[in-house]
Design a binder for this molecule. Sequence first.
Ligand code: ZN
Length: 198
Amino acid sequence: MGVKTYSRKADGGKALTANLNVEEFACSDGSDMILISQELTALLQKIRDHFGEPMEICSGYRTPAYNEKIGGAEKSQHLLGMAADIAIAGVSPLEIAQYAEFLQPASGGIGVYQTFTHVDVRAGRARWDNRSGTPKPVDGWSGYTETGTSEAELAVEWITKAGILKGNGAGDFLLDQPLTARRFAVLLYRYDRQRKKE
Ligand SMILES: [Zn+2]
């Protein structure tokens, strides 16, 4: 684990986790060098898996020049490749923060903004609320408990138990593979057939 250095040109398409690639963390100023923490990508993938929906990295690595230009904090974790501002369609920044709090209760940074959540993997702990446009320190983002099962998890359990989603036959349900029209048709067909049997 640690922070690795990548080249946008050479490594842009490289997968970091099941759903995240190098390019997504590139600085918005077009620079080639990208720093990315492996602890960060592991954390983001857990959040992505939990909500079961695509995650947008609004801002990942930032060069010092770009960070200054956008008025980022002087010691921003984005400069170290240890932070990401993320958003998931249909999930509020607060909900993302609450799940991130559950994953890293004693460390890292978690800030809630109007349209995204900042998460970082610093050794210390920082929590803030910036929904008003000004950062205000908060104690934490409690609200998520492990007993909560996400809708996506329930749906996957149902569709596999029902025998509608069968995967590749080797126990892999290919949950993160794109859905082709052919595959979608097969799922609908099985669902319809099963419904008629009942
Ligand atoms: Zn941020």
